[in-house]
Write a protein that binds this ligand. Structure first.
Ligand code: SF4
Length: 78
């Protein structure tokens, strides 16, 4: 699995409520840290679709996904 696209994934830790939704959708990309906040363990861990689903399913919309090569913001769309 994984994806070839180099992604920059940011998580607003102040907003994260630690419900693990992102980890469930893309477990090779997101994991919970010791503070029960999400962190990125590998921005290319899952396929792009799974990462996008994880970002879309975040209940507080605190995940941002950027294509590093082009700078395009993949999520959220502006
Ligand atoms: S889905 Fe959002 S709120 Fe839930 S753990 Fe992941 S980053 Fe945090």
């Amino acid at each position: 699995m994984g994806n070839d696209r180099k992604l920059k994934i940011c998580i607003d830790r102040d907003e994260c409520i630690g419900d693990k939704a992102c980890e469930n959708d893309a477990p090779e990309t997101f994991a919970m840290d010791d503070d029960d906040k999400a962190m990125v363990i590998n921005p290319q861990g899952d396929d792009l679709e799974s990462i996008m689903v994880a970002a879309e399913n975040c209940p507080v919309e605190c995940i941002t996904v950027i294509d590093e090569a082009t700078g395009e913001k993949l999520y959220p769309k502006e």
